[in-house]
Design a protein around this ligand. Structure first.
Ligand SMILES: *Cc1c(COP(=O)(O)O)cnc(C)c1O
Length: 390
């Protein structure tokens, strides 16, 4: 094992550690209450089913839904696929037009592109330079054959919060279904599927101190009753909409993580936004350094910056031993293309490459933030020096 100190973790939009309290809630369901929730003929099954039902009720209550409206999935990627492909297939007779946003996660963009290859018509809405869509643009994009609008609640790169309630109201007026990818939003901002007129919502546990490999799709059952075509066929679990043995420990952990997020939302947002502002206060001592995304309509723990006059790759490499963070989205880090989100808000390729995404979370401290700021400032100054010399 490498015994040198590990970098400070500031990549909470990629994933988060499991909270010890969440872990404690999950533990009994690995070895003791290990039954299959679908086993109806014995106590082991009943115990697991009771735990799943309790988690389902807790999650439903967290978003003002009913338990039957929660479909467990392996995470937000699967939930997005089920929502978008599932609606497309179920509403074929209504139309083949879908509206999404250019800054969506690839787990929304790719299913949309796939549907386009099957003959669907997809409109990718642009965003303004602050990262938010314009409601007028959305309204203009809607057509009689539009079946679905998909707009994420909180962006995973620049942290901006889209006007979900306004979008929901607009879609609802026209009888168009509204899906939101709330992977980054659940447990961090209040979400109410009724007040916000959300018809489908994708959730995941691992961005809020829950385990990886579990998430859910909320599917509205009343006003309107939303139809989706299943994408995984098998044992008929989740009322036939998503087959596969339910993963009891992960489901219990998911509910516990969401509950903690909601119980501690106010205090945690105050703490992470304090740390975020502190980090920006330090970094903004440098010149030619810019924040990406709306300054206030954003996730508390997100700071995304572009640094002029440095090479993006060199910046990330310079910081790597000290701090774990991303440049652009981690999900596309394998590809060395500038972030599609930063391009969409109008950043040049150079500024998109020379960007840093700080994801500050529950376990970060003021001392860590001060250290990271120092590392970043030293690295940026050194890189700017060498680029002047060469
Ligand atoms: C992380 C993330 C996803 C993917 O979620 P998984 O549960 O890892 O599949 C989808 N959308 C957004 C906005 C995300 O941040």
């Amino acid at each position: 094992m490498n015994t040198s100190p590990r970098p400070i973790y500031l990549d909470c939009h990629s994933t988060t550690p499991v909270d010890q309290r969440v872990m404690a809630a999950m533990m009994p369901f690995f070895t003791q209450y290990f039954g299959n929730p679908a086993s109806v003929s014995h106590q082991y099954g009943w115990e697991a089913e009771a735990a799943v039902q309790q988690a389902r009720e807790q999650l439903a209550a967290a978003i003002a839904a009913t338990p039957e409206e929660i479909i467990f999935t392996s995470g937000a990627t699967e939930a997005n696929n089920l929502a978008i492909k599932g609606v497309a297939e179920a509403y074929l007779d209504r139309g083949k037009h879908i509206v999404a946003v250019v800054t969506e996660h690839n787990a929304v963009l790719d299913p949309c592109r796939y549907l386009r290859s099957l003959g669907f018509d997809i409109t990718f809405l642009p965003v303004q330079s602050n990262g938010l869509i314009s409601l007028a643009d959305l309204e203009n994009a809607l057509r009689p054959d539009t079946i679905l609008v998909s707009v994420m609640a909180a962006n995973n790169e620049i942290g901006v919060l889209q006007p979900i309630a306004e979008i929901g109201a607009l879609c609802h007026q026209r009888g168009i279904l509204f899906h939101t990818d709330a992977a980054q939003a659940i447990g961090k901002i209040p979400l109410n599927v009724n007040a916000m007129k959300i018809d489908l919502m994708s959730l995941t546990a691992h961005k809020i101190y829950g385990p990886k490999g579990i998430g859910a799709l909320y599917v509205r059952r009343r006003n309107p009753r939303v139809q989706i075509a299943p994408q995984l066929h098998g044992g008929g679990h989740e009322r036939g909409l998503r087959s596969g043995t339910l993963y009891t420990p992960q489901i219990v952990g998911f509910a516990a993580a969401v509950q903690l997020g909601i119980d501690e939302m106010g205090a945690e947002a105050a703490q992470t936004s304090y740390l975020r502002d502190r980090l920006w206060h330090h970094l903004s001592q440098l010149d030619k350094i810019y924040q990406n995304g709306h300054p206030t309509q954003r996730l508390a723990g997100n700071l995304n910056i572009s640094v002029d006059g440095v090479d993006g790759q060199a910046l990330l490499l310079g910081l790597q031993p000290h701090v774990a963070l991303s440049s652009g989205s981690a999900c596309t880090a394998a590809k060395s293309a500038p972030s599609h989100v930063l391009q969409a808000i109008g950043r040049s390729d150079a500024l998109a490459y020379a960007s840093l995404r700080f994801g500050i979370g529950r376990f970060n401290t003021e001392a860590e933030i001060d250290q990271v700021a120092e590392f970043a400032i030293t690295t940026i100054q050194a890189l700017r020096q060498t680029s002047i010399v060469s």
